[in-house]
Write a protein that binds this ligand. Structure first.
Ligand code: AMP
Length: 483
């Protein structure tokens, strides 16, 4: 008994020693991996200098979404992987090669969204939006992730603005969706654009067309690239928009989907073209346009930049996807939508020298001198801001001279000077920067006086929320309200 106790004790001691050795090993500092101070390949930072372009895209796309009756929806970036594989289609490049997928610590298979529509349909079903009056129009914006080979205009993280309309079969909705896409692009100042449209039919007529196409492709199989040989089996329509020269040649004489539409799809496409004609939209029919995702039915379209030098970019695209909601387990719901790529839009804006957003510029500068005045100046700044007056400051600087220099550089109309004496007397010196004239004003009358002065000078006083907090940057623009 005693012996076994002793043995146990010894064994216990050994375990503790073992554990503590293990613990020490874990504690030993590991060799540190090199810290790469850069984003992942195909991803980028959006720096303050570029934000005026991003703001312009945000403002234009959000304003148009409201004008055309779209409600905003924001979704998580991560969803269960099978939402995308079922929705977008197993045979597509996006699903086969481009998803960022991983197992969570809890063992869930998840993916970063490669596009937005599947997630939006998931939310539509989950939140019973089928009960809302139709069409249900939703707008969303944010990043999407695709593990593609990065190149100009193609990133692994890119941003989209996305519009979807649910519950309406009529081609008038397709036309309106194309109209919205065009309005966003035009309102950003991109004028030379081309809209390409096609109809790839419904599952019924596409089945027949698909057989015809596969037979044709079989006869040309040796002329196709390796990818297209594979696509023939899973997704033969995709061979039609392959960029390889030899596949383009095969595609040029391939049967075209619009020649094989069923009655319903043909009428739908004809109606769409009539609506587009009515709107005078600059479209062409591209019989090779199929789009990369499996869920499309009937209408597909893309918006291309019309560069003279021959280099063209797809700025965005979309189409009808009447079967997706049912595929995901929801009620049969016709739907149509599109996404524009924000980086592509901005690239094109820069190329055509379209105007970025110009932030409202402060017309008032607040300078302070001495410890007591410095303390009071924070409250005064906030008082002005609460009253919708955009104010610039340089609180870190102590000398009045250097603060006035900043005020000069910013080109403000008025500088407020709060010195020790003024802070004690509850007054402020108001200096007209053009004339140099100064007056002493009681602090409680300051807001009214400034509003009056700025109005008299025909300078806008911004209402709360209009200013963007960027008022110290010395950005010299006026607010351009072309949105
Ligand atoms: P899609 O979801 O493929 O229809 O893409 C919609 C739009 O997003 C495209 O027309 C492009 O403007 C943009 N886009 C798609 N993939 C990328 C990418 N990898 N990098 C940048 N923009 C992209």
């Amino acid at each position: 008994m005693v012996k076994s106790k002793k043995k146990k004790k010894m064994a216990g001691k050994k375990t503790i020693e073992k554990k503590s050795k293990k613990f020490k090993a874990a504690e030993k500092p590991k060799e540190r991996e090199e810290l790469l101070l850069q984003p992942l390949r195909g991803m980028k930072d959006i720096l303050p200098a570029d934000q005026p372009y991003w703001d312009q895209v945000r403002r234009v796309s959000e304003k148009l979404s409201r004008d055309y009756g779209f409600a905003r929806i924001d979704l998580p970036l991560l969803e269960y992987t099978n939402l995308f594989s079922r929705g977008i289609g197993e045979g597509t490049d996006v699903i086969e090669k481009e998803m960022y997928s991983f197992l969570t610590r809890g063992g869930d298979k998840v993916s970063l969204r490669p596009e937005m529509t599947a997630g939006i349909c998931r939310a539509y079903i989950q939140h019973g939006m089928n009960m809302l009056s139709k069409p249900v129009k939703l707008f969303s914006t944010g990043p999407a992730y695709r593990y593609e080979r990065p190149q100009e205009g193609r990133y692994r993280e890119h941003y989209q603005v996305n519009y979807d309309a649910f519950g309406e079969q009529d081609a008038i909705l397709d036309a309106q969706i194309i109209q919205v896409a065009l309005r966003v692009v035009q309102n950003l100042g991109i004028k030379a654009i081309q809209i390409q449209v096609n109809s790839i039919g419904c599952p019924t007529c596409r089945k027949e067309y698909r057989e015809l196409l596969v037979n044709y492709l079989e006869s040309k199989k040796n002329k196709l690239c390796q990818d297209c040989k594979r696509r023939m089996e899973f997704n033969p329509l995709r061979t039609l928009d392959c960029k390889e020269d030899k596949c383009c040649q095969v595609g040029a004489t391939a049967p075209q989907s619009i020649d094989h539409l069923c009655e319903e799809c043909r009428t739908h496409f004809k109606n769409l073209l009539e609506y587009l004609d009515e709107l005078n939209l600059p479209y062409t029919i591209n019989p090779h346009l199929v789009r990369g995702l499996d869920y499309y039915t009937k209408t597909v379209f893309e918006i291309w930049s019309g560069q003279e030098d021959g280099r063209k970019y797809s700025l965005g695209g979309g189409g009808r996807y009447d079967g997706l909601m049912k595929t995901l387990g929801g009620e049969d719901t016709p739907a149509v939508g599109f996404a524009l790529g924000v980086e592509r839009l901005i690239g094109e804006m820069k190329r055509v020298q379209a105007k970025p957003y110009k932030y409202p510029k402060a017309k008032v500068f607040l300078a302070q001198l001495g410890d007591f005045a410095k303390k009071k100046s924070l409250g005064l700044f906030s008082e002005l801001e609460k009253n919708g007056i955009l104010v610039a400051e340089s609180f870190g600087r102590g000398s009045l001279k250097s603060q006035l220099k900043v005020a000069d550089r910013l080109g403000v109309e008025i500088t407020l000077i709060l010195g020790q004496k003024e802070a004690l007397d509850q007054t402020v010196i108001v200096k007209n920067m053009k004339t140099g004239v100064q007056e002493i004003v009681s602090a409680d009358k300051l807001v009214d006086l400034i509003k009056k002065k700025l109005k008299a000078d025909n300078v806008i006083v911004y209402h709360n929320g209009e200013g963007n907090g960027n008022n110290h940057s010395g950005n010299n623009g006026e607010n351009n309200n072309n949105v």
